[in-house]
Design a protein around this ligand. Structure first.
Ligand code: FMN
Ligand code: 173
Length: 425
């Protein structure tokens, strides 16, 4: 992959999006609406944790080794029964319609064109079935926000299985949205405008919940005719074809979309969740269950006791708890406690192929990429996403070869050292 990208560069063809992570973000900022950029780039509080995520990478440095036959670097790996061409997945990101009108479809196509798995969000702008179709044989995973409504949670899990998902990622760190200062100052939250709820509006259980709400509202005011549940189901399923970013106000003034938004806010999450509830989920599905949002080694140990199949060390890009530790700082402790028993994925703060290398060296099985490809999506749709992914994968491959690593097995803790030390670990 890196050879092809270099060849393009040598022949004077500029990439569709900048290769430098900061230039990429800067370009996207100019292209996106204020609200969309604030939502994507913003994090919790004073954004110290978002900064800590990035800064943590500066405290590790790669120690290149020489003369190790890196003529055919192998960056592939097997994970939950699939072969991945690189240790990279697309992190689940909601409300992509704010970045581009093709949203999750463009992302799914871009991921599939490189064979990289995408983790489809519970807060997607397109139903998982559509994106799974667009991805063909490339693996997808489904990220679950565990609803307080058992039937809805069960329906999401069943749809994920039916759509061919390879794993279920349960995000634990976002049972409430964090203190998102940029969004609060703009008085903007996408869900309040009906954005990012396509998994819900395309769901039969959710449609029944909306129907019940509309029916009880009609009873209360006594004037409106009460719609039948079937009529509401039809209307809700039409909602998935709405244009995306215009006529929002009109849509939300009419009772049905408003009822859908209110129902979503009612059922979105279950802050009462405990480790004991995982047994229920285990009974619902044979898919591998991966817990996202683990930072403490003791939580990793509890996850293993609960029989989960994998972890994602993540702090949600610093969007949840400000003043929390950088995610990379949490990685080695979790990896040590897990001790190879299940795959440990990593995200939060990964901006480049060199960053991916460092996370792998500290024990990550694979890395989930987040904001960078959202910026690619905003700048150039499917092509922008593909280009960002290619850049990161190319730099990883090149970094491995130049650091003397012929395969992922060589990317271990001996390949890095704490910054400023005068000896290797
Ligand atoms: C705009 C945005 C939306 C997100 N939506 C979700 C989501 O729906 N579900 C989820 O589990 N994580 C979500 N995340 C968190 C990402 O999966 C990932 O943990 C985070 O982006 C990593 O941080 P980084 O992008 O700064 O590297 C979102 C992140 C962003 C930036
Ligand atoms: O914005 C987010 O980070 C996120 O994960 C989320 C949570 C709830 C609804 C939509 C997105």
């Amino acid at each position: 992959m890196q050879a092809a990208i270099y060849r393009e560069g040598v022949f004077g063809r500029r990439p569709v999006v900048p290769t430098s992570p900061s230039a990429l973000e800067h370009a996207a900022r100019r292209r996106m609406s204020r609200r969309a950029y604030a939502y994507v780039a913003g994090s919790a509080g004073q954004e110290r944790t978002a900064q800590a995520n990035v800064d943590a990478f500066e405290r590790w440095q790669i120690v290149p080794r020489m003369l190790r036959d890196v003529s055919t670097p192998d960056v592939g790996l097997d994970l939950f029964g699939d072969h991945l061409p690189a240790p990279l997945l697309l992190a689940p990101i909601g409300v992509l319609e704010m970045a581009h009108h093709e949203a999750d479809l463009a992302v799914g196509r871009a991921a599939a064109s490189l064979g990289l798995p995408a983790i489809l969000s519970s807060q997607a702008s397109r139903p998982m079935e559509q994106v799974a179709d667009a991805m063909g044989t490339t693996p997808h995973w489904f990220q679950l926000y565990w609803s307080n409504n058992d039937d809805l949670a069960q329906s999401f899990v069943q749809r994920a299985e039916a759509s061919g998902a390879s794993a279920l990622v349960v995000t634990l760190d976002t049972h409430s949205l964090g203190w998102r200062t940029r969004d609060l100052d703009l008085a903007f939250l996408p869900f309040a405008h009906g954005l990012g709820i396509a998994q819900y509006t395309s769901d039969p259980v959710f449609a029944d919940l909306v129907a019940q709400r509309v029916a009880s509202g009609s009873r209360a005011d006594g004037h409106q005719p009460r719609p039948t549940p079937a009529a509401v189901r039809a209307l809700v399923s039409m909602a998935r074809h709405y244009p995306g970013d215009d006529s929002l106000t009109t849509r939300l003034r009419s009772p049905l979309p408003r009822a859908a938004v209110e129902t979503f806010l009612d059922v979105f999450s279950r802050p009462s969740l405990t480790w004991r509830d995982l047994g229920w989920l285990r009974d619902q599905t044979t898919l591998p269950i991966v817990l996202k949002g683990i930072q403490h080694p003791d939580d990793a140990a509890q996850a293993l006791d609960a029989g989960v199949d994998g972890l994602v060390v993540s702090n949600h890009g610093g969007r949840q708890v400000d003043d929390a530790i950088g995610s990379l700082d949490a990685l080695p402790g979790v990896v040590d406690r897990v001790d190879g028993r299940v795959p440990v994925l990593f995200d939060s703060g990964v901006r480049s192929g060199a960053d991916v290398f460092v996370a792998l060296a500290l024990g990550a099985t694979a890395v989930c990429l987040g904001r960078p490809w959202v910026y690619g999506l905003a700048l150039a749709g499917e092509r922008g996403v593909r280009t960002v992914l290619q850049h990161v994968a190319a730099e990883l491959e090149l970094t491995m070869a130049l650091a003397g690593c012929a395969s992922l097995a060589d990317v271990d803790r001996r390949a890095v050292t704490p910054a400023g030390r005068d000896r290797t670990p």
